[in-house]
Design a protein around this ligand. Structure first.
Ligand SMILES: C[S@@+](CC[C@H](N)C(=O)[O-])C[C@H]1O[C@@H](n2cnc3c(N)ncnc32)[C@H](O)[C@@H]1O
Length: 305
């Protein structure tokens, strides 16, 4: 498939991304925080969408559906559709986010009419799809005056707490996994990266006008007193899910190099470390570990010439 690099498995499922690149829980729980309602006004100011009208919004590459869920809450009059080619993401999204139509499909062959959406949005997708395909599809699907919103995660700050440091056993496991892992090359992951100047320039070069940019900074610091216990636990557990998914994906990708026992032991050690972090939090022993995520929003408008 041109511009996409991932085909179907023999069983008809396409779950290569969720099994080999980023797990379902990794994406869902990190994005539930990134698109938490407490940040809604910041995103909405940059999206600059007229929410008084009943809008048709399409999210392309929606993964397990957390952003689509946020859009449904933030624009209650809108009809939100999410599309992704990964079968596991779409079935998870259908179970966890209500009021949204989730469609399994490839961006290069979407079953939607030309000029049929007011907004097309994506988050951390542009770097994986050849730009003329990525923007061409959105130009086709948008109505005149419709908005193209590209969200791109930029380099932030990630300081882990001491209790999550890797043991020698864990370091050896990851060194070995790295040695045999060819996933990024094999599936064209991140083949089209762009910096903060190239992103809007690229959008303009494919015909979008009135282009603007902005940044939302999401500060995920569990010990900050402004966050509730629930959110702080969610922050710690989002990282736990990502680490556990990463261990599972090693087994999916290269079962010939790892035993079930090794994988289970890695997962046990990982859970034990995160349990320590949760206990520290609950006892009020501040670690000030932090994850600051910077999301760039690039907005352009389709004008018929
Ligand atoms: C980095 S993930 C981001 C997922 C989601 N937007 C999020 O932030 O959680 C990239 C997503 O793009 C999807 N994707 C990549 N190429 C695609 C294509 N050609 N058609 C449909 N989905 C695609 C992948 O399946 C994956 O879910």
């Amino acid at each position: 498939m041109e511009g996409s690099g991932i085909g179907r498995e023999e069983n008809g499922m396409n779950d290569i991304w969720s099994k080999r690149v980023q797990g379902t829980k990794t994406l869902y729980y990190s994005r539930k925080l990134r698109f938490n309602d407490m940040f809604a006004e910041r995103y909405k100011a940059l999206f600059d969408v007229n929410e008084d009208r009943s809008l048709r919004i399409l999210e392309i590459g929606c993964g397990p559906g957390a952003l689509a869920g946020a859009l449904h809450r933030w624009y209650p009059k809108a009809e939100v559709t999410g599309v992704d080619r990964d079968s596991a993401f779409i079935s998870f999204a259908r179970k966890h986010e209500n009021g949204i139509t989730f469609v399994e499909g490839d961006i290069t062959a979407l079953p939607f009419a030309d000029n049929s959406f007011d907004v097309v949005i994506s988050h951390t997708v542009s770097e994986h799809i050849e730009p003329s395909i990525f923007y061409g599809v959105q130009m086709r699907l948008l109505k005149e005056n419709g908005s193209c919103l590209v969200l791109s995660s930029r380099r932030g700050i990630h300081i882990a707490p001491d209790c999550l440091s890797s043991s020698d056993v864990e370091k050896r496991f990851w060194e070995k996994a790295k040695r045999y892992d060819d996933t990024l090359n094999q599936y064209s992951i991140c083949r089209y990266p762009m910096n903060e100047a190239q992103l809007p320039a690229s959008m303009e070069s494919y015909g979008f006008r009135n282009t603007s940019t902005g940044f939302v900074t999401v500060d995920l610091t569990p010990d900050h007193p402004k966050y509730s216990n629930t959110i702080a636990h969610e922050m710690i557990d989002a990282d736990r899910y990502a680490d556990i998914d990463a261990i599972d994906s090693v087994f999916y990708k290269m079962p010939e190099y790892f035993t079930v026992k090794e994988i289970e032991e890695m997962k046990r050690m990982t859970h034990a470390k995160y349990d320590i972090r949760i206990a520290q939090y609950d006892r009020g022993e501040r670690q000030w570990d932090t994850n600051v995520v910077i999301i760039m929003v690039i907005r352009g408008v389709k004008f018929d010439v």
